[in-house]
Design a binder for this molecule. Structure first.
Ligand code: HEM
Length: 94
């Protein structure tokens, strides 16, 4: 069952362009992860001030495997601050 994980990133005023540039530079970095189905970087327009990183995975195990081996980021090098993850299952409507 496909799962969706949404990481919320708070970005200080004036840093949005830099955040988008960093994601552009790394947009293929997760392509090879087993079960990875894609991601989108969502820029807030209304009702939310944080950027959302929306990712889709073939199943929970695929996401966990990637997350467990992911290199921890040094917060002193990021412009954003992670503010928690939202987790969903995609409902099969058939
Ligand atoms: C799959 C596509 C993804 C890509 C290409 C990606 C790329 C990036 C990049 C470029 C940054 C640095 C942002 C900055 O400099 O401010 C970042 C930060 C971060 N990402 Fe991702 N990311 C992805 C998915 C995820 C997911 C699913 C998670 C959740 C487990 C995650 C967790 C984080 C965390 C914790 C940070 C650090 C933010 C902080 O400073 O606290 N990322 N990511």
């Amino acid at each position: 069952m496909t799962v969706v994980k949404i990481n919320r990133l708070a970005v200080p005023a004036g840093q949005a362009a830099e955040l988008e540039k960093r994601f552009a530079a790394r947009k293929h970095s997760v392509d090879g992860a087993p079960g990875f189905e894609g991601f989108e970087l969502l820029r807030p327009v209304a009702g939310e001030e944080r950027y959302f990183v929306l990712t889709r995975w073939a199943d929970e195990e695929s996401f966990r495997a990637w997350a467990d081996q992911r290199e921890a980021r040094d917060p002193s090098t990021t412009v954003s601050r992670a503010e928690g993850m939202l987790e969903f299952e995609v409902v099969d409507l058939e």
